[in-house]
Design a protein around this ligand. Sequence first.
Ligand SMILES: *Cc1c(COP(=O)(O)O)cnc(C)c1O
Length: 401
Amino acid sequence: MIDKVIPYGRQNITQDDINVVIASLQSDYLTQGPQILEFEQAFARYVGSKYAVAVSNGTAALHLSTLALDLKDGDKVITTPITFAASANCVRYCGGEVVFSDIDPNTYLLDITKVKELLKSVPKGTYKGIIPVDFAGRAVDLEAYRELADQYGLWIIEDACHAPGGFFMDNNNSIQNCGNSNFADLAIFSFHPVKHIACGEGGMITTNDKVLYKKLLALRTHGITKNEVEYHNSMNFANGVDSDTIDTYPGWYMEMQTLGFNYRLTDFQAALGISQLKRADEGLLKRRDIASVYNKAFIGKPYIKGQSGIIEGHAYHLYIIEVEDRLGLYNYLRENNIFAQIHYIPCHLMPYYKAFGWKEGDMPNSEEYYKRCISLPMFPTLTIEDQNFVIDKIDFYYGRR
Ligand SMILES: *Cc1c(COP(=O)(O)O)cnc(C)c1O
């Protein structure tokens, strides 16, 4: 009997990670120092985008994204119910209306044919944007979404929290990395400890659009700029003089031009992020190995209805199976200190969203999926012994029934 707990996901902090954080704490900067830009540039290189903006968490990244895209009161935005609530909530932060659309039961991703139907059923201009989620680490085909978005004048925010290192193949058979922003206007990531890269809390927005990039930088820090060429007020005002001999802005001067927030990441979190990012590929390979062990173990098992086989470009944030008697399995695994998890309770059935009129039966595929899904332990430091223990327990549970 193993008495340690096997969670569904966990961070991997090495001595190197600890050393860089200590070094950063001993430097002159605690917030917004040189590690921020270094982390942003390294992350942009990793996903293949031009720009990256580090923020305090993934939810802040989503909020700044909807702000930067000028989402307004009453604007309608489409997203999936099978995601963490923050993917939808960022629309509400700006007063927008969340319109859920159902998943494809074979991929668990937003079903593009359903999105098309939704868009076709109303006049153009009804919807402002769409937030597809690379759920579980499986990359959304953003090329297809871009085509649709262009047709209807929508923006796209890719919620890539589950998918650093994930990719899909485009129509030219080229690799398109999650978050490279070749098709999405903005992409967002989270560095919460269960995600691939851990900063404690942390987030990133990637984009190829310079205007959006600049807007995000300002919004991250109160809407304040210290860039002279962008100033609105006169030099005389700034200096507090009436003289016509003044030709520079004073050293203290800055302007708050839009309503921003304090969504900054600290320098020591960025140092941790840089160090974690160096091992991101290693972690990803480990996740894919773990997935292939599960795939092999579950082949031909009649009680496992989940996807099997290798899915190209999958970043395996989660390994999900669909089972009968999910509650029984969940409890049995808990008794054995295996803390499997459910991703997710459909967002549209959260009491907050029900108050907008969403109800059971609205998203049949998502609701059916919710009854059966369970996420098994999946993290780079999961040992083969522990994984086999998990597999044996599942086999035993269904074998005795
Ligand atoms: C984790 C997560 C978020 C939010 O990130 P935080 O850093 O926890 O704020 C948003 N969307 C998805 C899909 C997530 O998994």
